[in-house]
Design a protein around this ligand. Structure first.
Ligand SMILES: Cc1ncc(COP(=O)(O)O)c(C=O)c1O
Length: 420
């Protein structure tokens, strides 16, 4: 009997993972942690009796027409929940109709921002296959965020399997039109209702999903950035390299200030040298030509202030494969240097003045690639070249390849099959 025929159903989770194992816990400065000698085994779901339970909605909602889809406004019929307590570890995962979460007004998430999340997508290919794009990377990042917040870590493979069941159940929520996808939002919060800054002894991991349209339905539109120095997103030793909810709330005022001055996003500049770090909630790439005419694709290094983006890693990997000859991408210059190195506004301005600035773009799950047309800086605008259709000569072939992979036109082991 197939999974979807069970109603309401219980799926023995043990079939997805090796037999349960003895856990090894140790107290660390950050709290109680699972120690890694059993990594790869299923400790997310507790002992062998752990089950994923599925309760289907009796009142399925209508998928809104694709044309009126607004990002993050509509949620699919079901959600996944996995509770955790310090005393008993991870409890049984459950998929049930999307509903509110009951929280004590004393819950630590509400007072001390013990909250982190991920953003990823599932795509429907032309032949109907549904895949998730590189979910292993999101699981790695989510566990690293959990560690930074003293929230419980978990087995990423086990969560991927639970998410596959959720997406498979709600697969009709992936719009059929090209360029559409299902946005997946795993979230982990501290839930114990006790005041006091300490590692939480109760937590909830939940996953909700939301149908998403193409970011640029009318074609690429390069955006203007505000070179922001009066607010910071991240600092050395801080939390910029983790996807913590607390990183985002303070950015809203900065975003509003940029918008008031006519800019679409903040270009976060760090330190007196104004090092470029990130664009809004995207990683940043700059393309310049050196004085010998060689094209250099530059992104700031993962120095603790930069979020290790899945799209950033994918763009770097594709570009490096091209440069090494492992897989050439049509349209990319043959000789291209790929650098993870710091770059500051002085270098941007100099390369612009010398006519060597080729393009600048942001990368992220939501829009994949966002071209930039100018940077508001020191009371003026630094103009950035953009291609005829909005994309530059380096971002275009990289975007084409990446989107080709995500939508299944190009075969890749970055795609995890959810359902055929
Ligand atoms: C601050 C920040 N930087 C970069 C990214 C891009 O990361 P990804 O490519 O994994 O979506 C995101 C989005 O998740 C983000 O919030």
């Amino acid at each position: 009997m197939s999974f979807s025929q069970l109603r309401p159903t219980q799926l023995c989770f043990a079939r997805l993972t090796p037999p349960a194992t003895r856990f090894s816990w140790r107290s660390t400065a950050l709290g109680r942690r699972y120690m890694s000698q059993d990594i790869g085994r299923d400790f997310m779901t507790g002992e062998a009796s752990s089950r994923l339970t599925i309760t289907k909605t009796t009142s399925p909602k209508e998928l809104p027409p694709s044309k009126s889809l607004l990002f993050g406004r509509t949620f699919s019929d079901h959600m996944l929940r996995i509770p955790w307590t310090e005393a008993t570890g991870w409890g049984a995962p459950s998929i049930a109709p999307f509903s509110d979460i009951n929280l004590s007004p004393g819950a630590t998430v509400l007072h001390y921002a013990q909250s982190l999340f991920e953003g990823m997508k599932a795509y429907r290919h032309e032949d109907g296959t549904v895949t998730m794009f590189r979910p292993d990377m999101n699981m790695k990042r989510m566990n690293s965020s959990a560690q930074r917040l003293a929230l419980p870590t978990f087995n990423g493979d086990a969560l991927i399997e639970c998410m596959k069941e959720l997406i498979s159940l709600d697969r009709n929520w992936i719009p059929k039109e090209p360029g559409h996808s299902l946005y997946i939002r795993p979230t982990l919060i501290g839930t114990n209702g006790t005041l006091g800054v300490a590692p939480p002894n109760e937590a909830l991991l939940f996953v909700i999903t939301s149908p998403a349209g193409p970011y640029y339905p009318q074609g690429f539109k390069p955006v203007p950035l505000h070179g922001t120095t009066e607010y910071i997103r991240a600092a050395p030793g801080g939390t910029g390299a983790y996807k913590l909810s607390a990183n985002y709330a303070p950015g809203v005022v900065a975003q509003k200030s940029a918008a008031k001055q006519g800019y679409a996003q903040n270009l976060w500049l760090h330190g007196p040298e104004h090092w470029l770090t990130e664009v809004g909630t995207m990683n940043l790439f700059v393309v310049i030509k050196d004085r010998d005419g060689v094209t250099e694709l530059i992104t700031p290094p993962l120095d603790g202030m930069i979020l290790p983006g899945v799209t950033r890693d994918s763009v770097l990997t594709l570009a490096r494969n091209h440069a090494s000859g492992a897989k050439r991408l049509q349209g990319l210059p043959d000789a291209i240097k790929i650098s993870e190195r710091p770059i500051n506004m002085a270098e941007i301005i100099l390369s612009s003045k010398e006519g060597r600035l080729v393009e600048l773009f942001g990368t992220g799950t939501a829009a994949v690639v966002t071209p930039v047309e100018r940077i508001g800086y020191n009371g003026g605008d630094v103009m950035i070249p953009t291609g005829e259709d909005g994309m530059g000569p380096v971002s275009k072939p990289l975007w084409t390849e990446l989107v080709g992979i995500q939508t299944g036109a190009i075969k890749s082991d970055w795609n995890y099959v959810v359902a055929k």
